[in-house]
Design a binder for this molecule. Structure first.
Ligand SMILES: Cc1cc2nc3c(=O)[nH]c(=O)nc-3n(C[C@H](O)[C@H](O)[C@H](O)COP(=O)(O)OP(=O)(O)OC[C@H]3O[C@@H](n4cnc5c(N)ncnc54)[C@H](O)[C@@H]3O)c2cc1C
Length: 290
């Protein structure tokens, strides 16, 4: 590990002052589960690490008229177990329960996971399917970025110099809609997904598709929204044939990297299979009101 100086500010103003002072030599740290590994591997070599843990204003979860506001420093465990999230965003509670192990979830934060930009992470597809936004704060004020637009490339996210992700605003899914997050884990239960899919489906009284959002993880350099599949379903009867045809369209949208979890071809096939299952299960969960 390289030598670095650790700072532990207690307010955002202090964080902005340190970011100003040290510029590109500084990195903020939340749970440290990703950054410390990157520093050990010398993929990141900051001379100054600015710990956010003592900035008290960043770890609350509140229900607002626009949805649920989640402080960037909330741990994955906190989000998973929070009663507001469980009641208003069951998709998110279920998604965070599927991240890694309790040891990781006790340390890793919702903000750190988003800024990290690893396309294999679980929360981004669910957050994008729910239409969440990230609030990026700098000394000049707030900038609100849809989570969908946050991911630029492999481990590259839209965070400008001097900015800190301070909260994530997650709208509630439409009344009567159903949702699901599926994580395909052929190796071990605590692995990253080989393929993952989040889907939110709402239906009209006649059972046709009113709206649908489908987002895949682990099948490209960023999370991928399956807009062609969504367009093919919107307004259409949710028949087995239509769902299969829509799911087949994700094969053109994904571009998986080959790794020890599978070949690109295998992941592409599984993307279709898990998209179909996600749409079917989201429809069922909507009918049972869960
Ligand atoms: C063994 C292991 C298994 C894992 N398995 C899974 C899994 O199954 N599913 C999954 O989804 N994830 C998994 N992860 C990844 C884990 O979710 C991420 O490491 C974690 O979300 C990062 O959050 P953090 O708070 O620890 O971020 P940190 O490590 O503190 O920071 C990560 C990056 O974000 C920046 N940053 C952090 N907070 C902010 C902020 N508020 N504003 C601006 N920049 C910020 C840092 O500078 C750094 O670049 C695993 C990690 C490990 C180590």
């Amino acid at each position: 590990m390289i030598d670095f100086e650790y700072h532990h500010p207690t307010s955002l103003d202090e964080v902005f002052g340190l970011l100003d002072q040290y510029g590109e030599d500084a990195r903020v740290m939340a749970g440290g589960t990703a950054l410390v590994i990157q520093m050990k591997q010398r993929l990141a070599q900051p001379a100054h690490v600015i710990g956010l843990r003592r900035v008290g204003s960043l770890n609350s979860i509140e229900s607002t008229s626009e949805g649920v506001s989640i402080g960037a420093l909330c741990t994955q465990r906190q989000v998973q177990n929070n009663p507001i999230v469980a009641g208003e965003l069951p998709l998110l509670a279920d998604t965070f329960r599927k991240v890694a192990t309790p040891r990781i979830r006790n340390m890793a934060t919702i903000g750190g996971g988003l800024v990290n930009g690893d396309p294999n992470q679980d929360p981004p597809p669910a957050l994008i399917a729910l239409g969440a936004s990230a609030v990026m704060t700098s000394k000049s004020g707030d900038r609100v970025v849809p989570v969908e637009d946050l991911f630029i490339d492999y481990y590259e996210t839209d965070v400008q110099p001097g900015e800190v992700l301070t909260s994530v605003l997650v709208p509630r899914a439409p009344t009567g809609s159903g949702s699901v997050y599926l994580k395909f884990l052929p190796r071990t239960a605590d692995d990253y997904g080989t393929v993952s899919v989040a889907a939110v489906v709402s239906q009209k009284p006649d059972g046709s598709c009113k709206d649908v959002r489908i987002v895949l993880g682990s099948v490209g350099v960023t999370p991928i929204r399956a807009t062609q599949a969504e367009d093919a379903l919107r307004g259409q009867p949710l028949t087995d044939e239509n769902i299969r045809a829509a799911a087949a369209l994700v094969k053109d949208a994904v571009d998986p990297l080959e790794d020890f979890r599978g070949s690109a071809e295998y992941k592409t096939d599984m993307a279709e299979v898990f998209t179909r299952r996600a749409i079917e299960q989201a429809m069922t969960s909507g009918k049972t009101g869960s």
